[in-house]
Design a protein. Structure first.
Length: 386
């Protein structure tokens, strides 16, 4: 199997698994208990907190553990809006956010809030002028994702954060696809909140974190025993948290070299596809995007048909977000970027990772052109074009 869907999820690093095993088997104590046995679990949680903080250059007290990116996003969006609704009930997000942002905002719109959805250009980058014109005295929160999960486009987060700060508006970024792939410093960025998910950088599923800048107050999403200093009640997933911490530690060490290696592979794949297949469009910013992400539209055929044929060859890829891959609707990200429906349906996303090899790229470049040729022969759109 050739796995090229790392933006959907990553395989668990063996070193991460080994870090988790003791807390799945022998050190099963509740970290909230007071006896010495429990302190081993407590120590694992706090060590992991320090490792995650180190990866993003935060203070450990600013890191709160969650069940993953979706909970982190929901906590940030609903928590800030609930805490500060007396200041105003206006939210600003982009049109290409993940559904873990879009759906909480839709929920808030049904409960008295108003939302502005920022346009993006053909590369998927927001218009800073539109952001400036959209902020009002009632705006409490702006949320713009760091690196897009589908096309990989990286937003000017530092500029957005500085502008929001000048207007005294909270700024959150969904950095689920960026953490572990890009060198990231929350202090330099100036963000107020930032979401993280372990399984996007070789950690376990079901665990993540939310960075909350010191002094930022928000209501908790979950109420109960007051864990995570009252922000996230529920007995800690010690094994998962330990795995997240180890994944963060490894990312800090390996990221610089891996980013360069993966970008070379991605660029070779991109060049090979564009050279061997006609009528292909590159999606996302050509330079300002995640090093591992290649999103293309192969015109006049369905992306889903390509994926099925790639699967027959043992190659795993995607037509967009894993959360919507079962939908017959074209990507909302591509539509927001101005792409016609008929072309957006031909989208294909390859996302590479630490286990991707040159042989994997060779195999894709070997089998993809014949697949496209076969599918185009039976495509009425292709025949009409000819």
């Amino acid at each position: 199997m050739i796995y090229l869907d790392y933006n959907a999820t990553t395989p668990l690093d063996e070193r991460v698994l080994q870090k988790m095993i003791p807390y799945l088997k022998d050190i099963y104590s509740n970290p909230s208990s007071v006896y010495r046995f429990a302190q081993e679990s407590k120590r694992a949680v706090e060590d992991a907190r320090a490792q995650v903080a180190d990866l993003i250059s935060a203070n450990p007290t600013e890191v709160f553990f969650t069940s993953g990116g979706t909970e982190s996003d929901n906590t940030a969006i609903k928590g800030i809006c609930s805490q500060h609704q007396n200041r105003g009930k206006h939210i600003i997000i982009s049109k290409i956010e993940h559904h873990a942002i879009l759906h909480p905002v839709e929920f808030l719109e049904k409960n008295g809030f108003k939302a502005t959805y920022l346009d993006v250009d053909e590369f998927g980058i927001i218009d800073l002028k539109q952001l400036s014109e959209s902020i009002t005295k009632n705006t409490v929160l702006v949320s713009v994702m760091y690196g897009n999960n589908e096309v990989g486009t990286i937003q000017p987060i530092k500029k957005i954060a500085a502008f929001c700060r000048s207007k005294e508006v909270y700024f959150h970024t969904d950095a689920v696809q960026a953490v572990g792939k890009l060198k990231l410093n929350v202090k330099e960025l100036g963000v107020d909140l930032l979401s993280i998910s372990a399984h996007k950088f070789y950690g376990p599923k079901g665990v993540g974190a939310l960075y909350v800048k010191k002094g930022v107050k928000l209501w908790p999403l979950l109420h109960g025993g007051g864990h995570e200093r009252g922000l996230r009640s529920g007995t800690e997933n010690v094994a998962g948290i330990a795995g997240l911490g180890e994944a963060a530690r490894l990312a800090k060490i390996e990221l610089p070299e891996e980013e360069v290696r993966i970008k070379k592979l991605r660029d070779r794949l991109q060049k090979g596809i564009l050279k061997s297949i006609s009528e292909v469009k590159l999606n996302g910013h050509p330079e300002q995007r995640l090093a591992n992400t290649l999103n293309i539209c192969i015109k006049y055929i369905e992306g889903e048909s390509i994926l099925i044929n790639l699967d027959f060859e043992g190659i795993c890829a995607s037509s967009g977000s894993a959360c919507t891959s079962g939908s017959l609707e074209p990507s909302h990200v591509l539509l927001a970027m101005g792409m016609p429906h008929e072309i957006a349906h031909g989208s294909l996303r390859f996302s590479l990772g630490k286990y991707t090899s040159d042989k994997d790229i060779d195999k894709v470049l070997e089998v993809l052109p014949p697949i496209v040729e076969r599918l185009r022969k039976i495509s009425p759109f292709w025949q009409k074009k000819k």
